[in-house]
Design a protein around this ligand. Sequence first.
Ligand code: NI
Length: 267
Amino acid sequence: MRSYREIISRLWDDYTRQNRDVKRVYDLFLKEEGKVMNDHIALRTFDDPRVNIEVLARPFLACGYHKADTYFFEDKRLNAAHFEHPDFPEAPLVFISELRTGDFSQSFQGTIQGILNKIDPLRLESDDLIFDTEIFGLPSKQVYQRLLDESEYAGWLYINGFRANHFTVFINGNKKLDTLEKANQFLKDHGFQINSAGGEIKGKPEELLEQSSIMAGRIGVHFLEGVEEVPGCYYEFARRYHDQNGDLFTGFIAKSADKIFQSTDTR
Ligand code: NI
């Protein structure tokens, strides 16, 4: 059985290999702070029973994670859950969301079904499913555009497959860049674009969580029709606050995350 460290490090390797921007941010933070702590990682999927949250959560549950809370993102039509590791407080939280495909048009639902029906069932049962970045095969620009028309999230997922959509720096673990204001300024000084949908900092200290993120860099993707640049993954930053009992808040705020999802928008 895999340890949580093996899972996270395999997701990290793929994430930094695909997204040069993310690796640059990590290196900058590492140089500044000496170490970079992870707050959470996030994965995206569809609500189809073959690939839904329950399916993607399996390897995390198998290595000791527990489901801690569930969420609903009205605007983006997403369900989500977050998982915590009770034995290792330093293990990143795991946030998995799924698109409520039934909330979209018949033709959109048909497209998703078509994509999923083409996958070899053995691949869907594999323990390596969460690392299967090519699960949806060689993408078609036509299909991609059809998905984007109704959901940026679906378009991203179709192109990127199963991988970490983002890792998140735990700002509380920093000594110098210990607020989101400082971290955002540091990133802007190094030429990165902060996602400003709903303000650069999402959430307030009273909500016990503040988050920000850079916009996803563009990556070259091979389509049936040729190579095109599309949004890859992004890096997120989170600062957490203590609740009235003195416990550090470990949940998520739906209305903040709603805008964070826009870090992979194509426009
Ligand atoms: Ni996040």
